[in-house]
Write a protein that binds this ligand. Structure first.
Ligand code: FAD
Length: 293
C-alpha cells in the first residue's frame, strides 16, 4: 500500500525507523529487531540508506523483508547526492521487483574531508522527488527540519521545502526535535505557505546522553532546559537515563497526538525495548485512533 493513502484512512500513523547492519548490528540482529517491531503493529517501518556508517546495499533487502515477510508497509530511504540517473534507476528497479511502493527521497550529506566530490545528476532532494513523480508511481516522502537545516538559513530552507512539496512530495517526516512548542510554531508557518501534505513528527527517545549530544550537534536540533537537566542528572546512570528518556519521548508523543499530528515516526536506533515501552504506555491512546479506522 502507498503510504500517501494511509492518511485518508487513519490518523495519526505510527511508524518506526531502522538502520541496516553496521559494526554493532549484524544483519541477523537487524532482522530480529524488525520481527520484534512488527509485533507492535506499526503502519510502516522505514529503512535508512547509508546513514551513520551503514551499508547502502542492504536497504532494499531489508525493506523487502519488512514488506514481504513481515507484511508491514516498508519505506525505503534513498539519497541522491553524487548519484547518476542510471544508479538511481537500478535501485528503483530493485525496489519495484521487491514490491516496495514507498520511497523517502533525500539529498544526503556531502562526504566529510572529500576534496574530489563529483556532483551527480540531482542537486537537491526536490530534483529526486520530481524525477520519481514524473517517471514512477512510488509514493514519495521527504524530510523537513522544524529547527532549520544546517546548510541554509531558516527562511530560505522554508522556501526550499515549499519547492520540494510542490515537486510532488506526498508526505514529510521531520528531523528529531525535543521541543513541541517550537514544532507547532513551525507547523503554523507551513500552513501559511500552503503546505498541506501530511506532517509526520520524528521522535527519538533519549537513552544515551553522549550519543544524543553528538546527534543534536550534528543536526542542529536544540536541547530544551527540561531535557538538559535530565541528561545532566542521569548521564552516569544509564538505566535511570533510559527510564527518563522514554518518559520524555512518551510525553512528547501524547502531546503531539492531542495536537492533531498526522503521524509519529520513532527513531528506534534498532532498540526494540524502547519502542515497546513507548507503545505500551500509549496502548489506550492508540486503541482510540485504531478503533476510529
Ligand atoms: P534537501 O531537501 O535537498 O535540502 C538540503 C539543503 O539544501 C537544505 O539546506 C535546503 O534548504 C537546501 N536546498 C534545497 N533545495 C534547494 C534549492 N533548490 N536551492 C538551494 N538550496 C536548496 N541521510 C542519509 O544519508 N540516509 C538516510 O537514510 C537519511 N534519512 C533521513 C531521514 C529523515 C526523516 C531526515 C530528516 C534526514 C535523513 N537523512 C538521511 C539526513 C539527510 O540526508 C540530511 O539532513 C541532508 O543534509 C539533507 O537532506 P534533504 O533530503 O533534506 O535535502
Amino acid at each position: 500500500m502507498k503510504i500517501a493513502n494511509l492518511f485518508t484512512k487513519k490518523k495519526p500513523t505510527v511508524s518506526f525507523e531502522v538502520f541496516p547492519p553496521n559494526e554493532i548490528y549484524s544483519l541477523d540482529e537487524v532482522y530480529k529487531v524488525i520481527d520484534e517491531l512488527a509485533k507492535l503493529k506499526p503502519d510502516f517501518i522505514s529503512v535508512t540508506y547509508g546513514a551513520g556508517g551503514t551499508s547502502r546495499g542492504r536497504t532494499v533487502e531489508i525493506a523487502s523483508k519488512i514488506k514481504n515477510k513481515n507484511h508491514i508497509e516498508a519505506l525505503a530511504h534513498l539519497t541522491c547526492i553524487g548519484a547518476e540517473t542510471s544508479e538511481i534507476n537500478n535501485i528503483l528497479e530493485e525496489l519495484k521487483k521487491n514490491n516496495i511502493e514507498n520511497i523517502l527521497a533525500l539529498r544526503g550529506d556531502y562526504p566529510k574531508d572529500c576534496t574530489d566530490f563529483k556532483n551527480g545528476d540531482f542537486a537537491h532532494a526536490s530534483d529526486l522527488v520530481k524525477f520519481l513523480k514524473e517517471k514512477t508511481s512510488f509514493s514519495v516522502g521527504g524530510a523537513y527540519y522544524p529547527e532549520g537545516h544546517q546548510d541554509t538559513n531558516d527562511l530560505l530552507d522554508l522556501f526550499n521545502l515549499k519547492t520540494k512539496v510542490d515537486s510532488g512530495t506526498d508526505f514529510l517526516i521531520s528531523q528529531i526535535f525535543f521541543d513541541n512548542e517550537q514544532f507547532y510554531q513551525f507547523r503554523d508557518k507551513l500552513k501559511k505557505l500552503n503546505i498541506n501534505i501530511p506532517l509526520i513528527a520524528g521522535i527519538m527517545p533519549v537513552t544515551n546522553a553522549k550519543q544524543i549530544r553528538k546527534i543534536t550537534s550534528m543536526c542542529g536540533c536544540s536541547i530544551p532546559e527540561k531535557l538538559r537537566k535530565i541528561l545532566d542528572r542521569y548521564e552516569s546512570n544509564p538505566k535511570a537515563l533510559k527510564e527518563a528518556g522514554i518518559a520524555y519521548a512518551t510525553e512528547q508523543i501524547i502531546d503531539l497526538i492531542a495536537s492533531d499530528i498526522d503521524g509519529i515516526h520513532i527513531y528506534t536506533m534498532n532498540k526494540v525495548e524502547t519502542a515497546k515501552k513507548i507503545m505500551d504506555s500509549i496502548e489506550n491512546i492508540r486503541a482510540e485512533f485504531e478503533e476510529a479506522v
